[in-house]
Design a protein around this ligand. Structure first.
Ligand SMILES: Cc1ncc(COP(=O)(O)O)c(C=O)c1O
Length: 416
């Protein structure tokens, strides 16, 4: 018997302790990857229609790339940027005012860059969470703040997002004993994965809730700019929001800059300061050339409008395709996600009936049988998430892909 490395005994409980790496459970995204590989092996040369991708299909706009190149050549941008210079902070304040209708953000004290919203969500729990403190998170959702809160022995209370409530959490449902220990509410609109959008009334309710229960609010606005009608809705535009919370903006989705890793946190001065203090002990700041290119983006919101117009066009077409196949598909007001109820069964044209016990089961079946990849969510009802960031060479190719989905789903009857 080979002796186990002593390293195995060293891992912290938060990642599994001495059992770290030994779990045999396979997680959702790995299952999807494996199913895609198996489908391709079974159908060599076939095309997988990949509706599961969670990031933009295109590069950053040429003018932003040009700005990066210019800025990367400046010697003064070369070093550690720490908590950043004023360029992105000022652009962020202008963006919040012009695009989101949030005047009066002080770029010096109420804005700080992030190395992406994920990084900010992983840093903030260190500033807020003591053992036993509760975080209110929405589910299904982006789990990073909750994961890090648990690292600090915080507790997560999940608020389900259901269609009947417009995919907004029911704040009145939080039990008193949770509320007493709750420190933070994390929300995200337009929402991943539900595509739900907030309303000014909901945000006003959030501010009142946070004040009443002395809770901080973190609004993850990673998809803020990607709206199909009107202007992005900022939490900070709500009266009183700055007294209770901060908002995280990101260039990843709004400017096709996922790999660049840049965004900002803005809002409550004390929260921004605490974020900055922990951040300063965590990273040495994003490359200033990237921050300056990001600032150029925030000063050119027409870039985001073009990206959103493309997603809107694709979304309308996908809604039609899925509706024809029997899904209850409704176009969201923003994001790039179409979240549809997962069927309980599919009946083929020869009468064969296939039952699905979960969204994961039908998602696996769709990959294996139809070579259509989606992301299943079984957290608050069984749903499939289709993303309109699939790769297409041009608009004609986009249409071809959507027609092909229609063709592959044709002849099936779904029951819900
Ligand atoms: C809801 C949500 N928040 C944050 C992120 C991460 O954003 P960033 O690339 O800025 O770290 C994502 C990315 O998928 C997301 O879906």
């Amino acid at each position: 018997m080979t002796r186990e490395s002593h390293i195995q005994e060293l891992f912290a409980e938060r990642i599994g302790g001495r059992n770290y790496g030994k779990a045999t459970a396979i997680y959702k995204f790995e299952k999807i990857k494996r199913a895609k590989r198996a489908a391709l092996a079974a159908h060599p040369g076939a095309e997988i229609l990949d509706m599961g991708v969670g990031e933009p299909d295109e590069m950053a706009f040429p003018e932003v790339v040009a700005k990066l190149e210019q800025e990367a050549r400046k010697p003064e941008n070369r070093g550690y940027s720490d908590n950043g210079d004023n360029i992105l902070k000022e652009a962020a304040a202008r963006y919040l005012e012009k695009v989101c209708g949030v005047p009066g953000i002080n770029p010096e004290t109420e804005v700080l860059h992030s190395i992406g919203s994920k990084a900010a969500l992983s840093i903030l729990p260190a500033a807020l969470i003591n053992p036993g403190d509760y975080v209110l998170m929405t589910t299904p959702g982006y789990p990073v703040f909750g994961t890090h809160s648990k690292y600090y022995r915080g507790l997560v209370h999940n608020l389900p997002l259901v269609r009947a409530n417009g995919f907004l959490p029911d704040l009145d449902s939080v039990p008193v004993e949770v509320l007493q220990k709750a420190k933070v509410l994390v929300i995200n609109y337009p929402n991943n994965p539900t595509g739900g959008s907030a309303t000014p009334e909901f945000f006003a309710k959030v501010v009142a809730f946070a004040k009443k229960h002395r809770i901080a609010v973190i609004h993850d606005a990673a998809y803020a700019g990607l709206v199909f009608e009107g202007k992005p809705l900022s939490f900070l535009a709500t009266p009183g929001a700055k007294e209770v919370g901060i908002e995280l903006h990101s260039t990843s989705k709004s400017f096709n800059m996922t790999g660049w890793r840049c965004g900002f946190a803005a809002g409550n001065e004390l929260l921004v300061k605490a974020y900055g203090d922990v951040k300063d002990n965590t990273d040495s700041g994003q490359f200033l050339a990237i921050q300056h290119a990001a600032a150029h983006g925030f000063d050119h919101p027409e870039i985001t409008e073009k990206i959103a117009a493309k997603y809107s066009r694709r979304m309308s077409a996908l809604v039609q395709v899925l509706a024809q196949a029997g899904f209850q598909a409704r176009k969201p007001k923003g994001s790039f996600f179409l979240y549809v109820k997962a069927p309980r069964a599919a009946v083929k044209s020869d009468g064969q009936r296939i039952e699905f016990a979960s969204a994961e089961e039908i998602s696996q079946w769709l990959i294996g049988e139809k070579l259509i990849s989606t992301v299943p969510w079984d957290d608050a009802g069984a749903y499939l998430r289709f993303s309109v960031t699939f790769v297409a060479k041009n608009e004609a190719d986009e249409k071809r892909i959507l027609d092909e989905i229609q063709r592959r789903l044709g002849g099936l009857k779904f029951t819900f």
